[in-house]
Design a binder for this molecule. Structure first.
Ligand code: SAH
Ligand code: SF4
Ligand code: F3S
Length: 440
């Protein structure tokens, strides 16, 4: 038998890309590839890219440039670009960077094995179609390898919301939900391979409406089906849109013990004028009322969010409304970004905010969010939480895991194994994590 070929994948962007990279590795595993952690000894390099902000997309070109020497040394090395930049600018990548042999959009990953074979013959291959067939069904796991205790599972992909700033509806296409039986089979398989916690993924995960046994299912119904899977201990989902937060999902947060008390619910801005121009179809007030209802169902839930500052025509007053909303909601974690103009999106055509003003707003917002995040984290001290251990810590006998609220927790003198769950009393709160002790 010939030595296995080596595959190096570098993943940018969101969790869905992480999931997709795993699937691509499995698909190419069937063609005799094994993964390597270093580009230097690879026979194939795949960059799984993100197009969400300008900087994310530019990284791809600088990274590709770095492989020039490697390719000169190893003429058989194949270089591929996957993900959202591939989808958005496939042709341009081929033109701008002759090192690239293969470009594959997110809806065509099941065709990778054929594409790889073609690329091996010296042909340049590009596939950025939105095919009819179900890529996930064709990307079935091949090796039944043991896995770590946490996993992502894509249940829904694409988006029909068309927020005025966002490329996702163009790079990932229209919203599609996977049928529930396939998701449940995949979850069962993950659990058999050692997974205890599954995070359901979708660009608009709470818009899930996949085919169930009798009719379409909601995300909450899917979660209740997953709740029955023995050995699966924790369920999470991300990312949700405020307008798809249905009653049964809110209720599940109060009644489903496996559903973790953590919700990522981006609002983007606090000014109704800006929300309208973003095409978000919700107001600051409706978002705050929604958070109240979620907290009524699950009072200790940790709320996470996304924010954009410096969206076209945002005034200081509009920005103040974002700060006011943050003060009111109190976030446990949050991600905030300076607006980045994306070609082809409606907002790209509008009057842009002065970059210095946007930088200043971003700093002020981040200062407030960091303060809140720290307060929420500090408030865990003295409380008992459940920790799922994910790895050994830096010190002998120390283990690190995540609490129900997704805080990293360090536990000293810990005789538990990776994948174990244990009750832990939180003793102190550090810069980015908590420390606690096992409750015997
Ligand atoms: N589907 C998710 C997230 C999509 S992208 C949702 O609807 O919330 C993740 C985050 O990137 C967004 O929530 C938004 O805050 C940010 N983002 C998207 N487009 C952006 C842009 N053009 N400039 C800056 N941030 C952007
Ligand atoms: Fe982008 Fe808006 Fe869709 Fe989220 S809901 S993926 S921000 S268009
Ligand atoms: Fe980026 Fe595409 Fe995800 S643009 S955030 S990799 S959906």
């Amino acid at each position: 038998m010939s030595a296995p070929k080596k595959l190096f994948i570098k993943t940018y962007g969101c969790q869905m890309n992480v999931y997709d990279s795993e699937r691509m590795a499995e698909a190419l595993g069937g063609e005799g590839y094994v993964e390597t952690k270093s580009a230097d000894d690879a026979d194939m390099i795949l960059l799984n890219t993100c197009h969400i902000r300008e900087k994310a997309a530019e990284k791809v070109y600088s990274e590709l440039g770095r492989f020039k020497g490697l390719k000169a040394e190893k003429p058989d090395l194949k270089i591929g670009v996957a993900g959202c930049v591939a989808q958005a600018e496939g042709q341009e990548i081929m033109r701008r960077q002759p090192l690239v042999d293969l470009v594959v959009g997110p809806q065509s990953y099941h065709r990778l094995p054929e594409m790889e074979a073609k690329a091996r013959t010296g042909e340049k291959v590009l596939d950025t179609d939105f095919p009819e067939e179900d890529k996930f069904e064709k990307l079935k796991n091949r090796p039944k390898a043991k896995r770590g205790p946490t996993a992502f599972l894509t249940v829904q992909e694409g988006c029909d919301k068309f927020c005025a700033f966002c490329v996702v509806p163009y790079t990932r296409g229209a919203e599609v939900s996977r049928p529930a039986d396939r998701i449940l089979r995949e979850a069962q398989d993950l659990v058999e391979r050692g997974v205890r916690e599954i995070t359901l993924l979708g660009q608009n995960v709470n818009a899930y409406h996949g085919a169930g046994p009798n009719s379409d299912m909601t995300l909450a119904q899917l979660i209740w089906e997953l709740d029955k899977v023995d050995g699966l201990e924790r369920i999470r989902f991300t990312t949700s849109h405020p307008n798809d937060m249905q009653d049964d999902l809110i209720e599940a947060h109060g009644t489903c013990a496996k559903l973790m008390p953590y919700l990522h619910l981006p609002v983007q801005a606090g000014s109704d004028k800006i929300l309208k121009r973003m095409n978000r179809a919700h107001t600051a007030e409706s978002y705050i009322r929604l958070i109240e209802r979620i907290r009524a169902a699950r009072p200790d839930i940790l709320i996470s969010g996304d924010f954009i500052v410096g969206f076209p025509e945002e005034t200081e007053e509009d920005f103040q409304a974002t700060l006011d909303l943050v003060e009111e909601v109190k976030y446990g974690t949050a991600y905030s970004f300076k607006y980045s103009t994306r070609p082809g999106t409606p907002a790209a055509e509008r009057a842009q905010v002065d970059p210095a003003a946007a930088d200043d707003r971003l700093q002020r917002l981040q200062a407030l969010l960091t303060k809140q995040q720290r307060e929420v984290q500090d408030s865990m001290v003295g409380r008992d939480v459940t920790v799922l251990f994910e790895k050994a810590g830096r010190f002998p006998g120390q283990m690190v895991g995540k609490s129900d609220y997704l805080h990293a927790v360090h536990v000293a003198d810990c005789d538990r194994a990776i994948g174990d769950l244990a009750r832990v009393r939180i003793l102190s709160s550090g810069a980015n994590s908590l420390a606690g002790a096992l409750i015997e």
